[in-house]
Design a binder for this molecule. Structure first.
Ligand code: LFR
Length: 477
């Protein structure tokens, strides 16, 4: 194993980061070079991503990182920018939490056939899948004159290199990708009235895309390498598991809860349970469900004026009685931005649960409810896929949340292995490192590097199964 300096660009829902990795024999160190806010902007009736502010943050970070061999870019899924025939961006990308897709998914899915959609694309029904965003945008001048559609990491890569392409882990989240044929689902596009010439050629993670444009002033003339450009794909690469008997929770704004498989599960039961089959690195399948995640807490904090002391709030939440109030975090009422404590109070009222009194009780309701939703998804993933697990890996920012990790272990009746917090950036780096010949082997070999170098905390289940079972029944309503 030789050594290298590599940069990971990781765009999250609330901030973007440029991370510098120094990787060599027995060593993988990650430094945050630059973090910049990701502040969506509502203009008129539409919620947009401020893509140019993000791009500026990326360039600032890459210029500050010093010379690197390569760069990999990942971000959230499904959202896109449109380019005209000259390659200029047509408008600001729209945020997946924008209301333009309200009511669209149901109609489109019926028109195309729900079973056909599932057996072709393997995707769970989320109202903001790219298919539904494009259906909502049908007939708009921007879409009519668009020449190309690029998902967010592919757009950044295009600006960095001038190269057009669609990385497959993220392409697989559009609901316009044929999972088994590993091509764009052009038949579905035709029937949905979506032009297939919008979509650039697909590329696999690990592909060396090309050098960064010299005029950008990024030191060392690095190459951009395709990584698992869907942040969840990179996070799953970054799970420090030893074998295949594990579930993962990529826990941040969302909790992405599931197992890693060799083949998709496209059964009717799986469709009814709304589990997704997303394409992973090295031909794997991310079989998972989106659980609403720490978004409930983040939006509550925002409503309370960004409560100054989150650790104190979590300590006070830990002292609150367990399961006093539970809600179903996956209720679509929680999806758009807004006053989350008021929505939680409403949901409790509707379900006949006590209304949490004050921030500590609200936070306890959120954490108990998330632990229950984790339990439900871990159990269903096992039942539907036949893959049984011995442990649950919690990676991402949520791995720092001791209360959530302990309650998740208790709820699932399984040990939780928490960390790394930076799984997404690490997964991004490992795929670049393999492309550079610094590490080799399959995902198990890459994950061994993480087990040697990263900090992982173990939480033992203290479960009272009957109590968790009863609380889950209440959450399900
Ligand atoms: C997580 C994530 C999820 C995706 C959601 C929306 O950051 O990428 O996997 O469902 O954001 O894109």
């Amino acid at each position: 194993m030789s050594s290298a300096h590599l940069a990971a660009v990781d765009l999250g829902a609330s901030s973007g980061r440029v991370m510098l990795a120094r990787i060599g024999p027995g060593r993988l160190e990650l430094t945050e070079v630059h973090r910049f806010p990701n502040e969506p902007v509502r203009a008129g009736d539409t919620l947009h991503w401020d893509i140019l502010a993000l791009y500026r943050g990326i360039l600032d970070g890459l210029r500050a990182a010093g010379p690197v061999t390569s760069i990999g870019v990942d971000s959230w899924a499904v959202d896109y920018g449109l380019l005209d025939a000259s390659g200029a961006l047509l408008g600001n990308p729209v945020h997946y939490r924008d209301g333009r897709t309200d009511g669209v998914a149901g109609q489109v899915a019926i028109q195309l056939g729900e079973e056909r959609l599932y057996t072709t694309t393997g995707l769970q029904q989320l109202p903001f899948n790219t298919l539904y965003q494009l259906a909502a945008a049908a007939g708009t001048p921007q879409l009519d004159i668009a020449h190309r559609l690029l998902l967010i990491p592919d757009l950044i890569t295009y600006w960095l290199t001038g190269q057009l392409g669609a990385e497959i882990t993220n392409a697989s989240t559009t609901q316009l990708y044929d999972l088994r044929r590993r091509t764009w689902a052009t038949g579905l596009m035709a029937d949905a009235g979506i032009r297939d010439d919008l979509f650039p050629p697909l590329r696999e993670p690990g592909t060396r895309i090309g050098p960064v444009r010299p005029d950008l002033g990024v030191p060392g003339s690095p190459e951009v390498v395709a990584v698992g450009s869907h942040d969840t794909a990179s996070a799953v690469v970054g799970v420090p598991a030893a074998g295949d008997r594990f579930a993962y929770i990529s826990c941040g704004t969302w909790s992405l809860v599931g197992v890693e498989l060799d083949a998709p599960v496209l059964t009717e039961a799986s469709r009814q349970a709304n589990f997704t089959n997303e394409s992973g690195v090295d031909g794997t399948i991310r079989y998972l469900r989106n659980v609403m995640g720490l978004w409930l807490l983040q939006e509550s904090l925002r409503t309370w004026g960004n409560h100054p002391d989150l650790p104190d709030l979590l300590r006070r939440a830990a002292r609150q009685p367990a399961f006093r109030s539970v809600v179903d975090p996956d209720d679509p009422v929680f999806l758009p931005p807004g006053d989350m404590p008021a929505r939680i109070a409403d949901a409790c009222r509707r379900a006949g649960e006590p209304v949490p009194a004050g921030p500590a009780a609200t936070v306890r309701c959120i954490i108990d409810s998330l632990a229950l939703a984790h339990r439900r998804a871990v159990r269903e993933a096992q039942q539907l896929s036949g893959r049984h697990v011995d442990a649950v890996h919690v990676v991402g920012g949520g791995a720092r949340n001791e209360l959530l990790c302990q309650l998740t272990a208790d709820a699932c009746g399984l040990p939780v292995l928490a960390g790394p917090v930076e799984a997404t950036a690490l997964g991004n780096i490992l795929i670049q490192a393999r492309a550079a010949g610094v590490v080799d082997g399959d995902l198990t070999a890459l994950r061994a590097v993480l087990r040697q170098t990263q900090h992982i905390v173990r939480y033992k289940p203290r479960g009272d199964e009957a109590a968790w079972g009863a609380a889950e029944t209440r959450m399900r309503g």
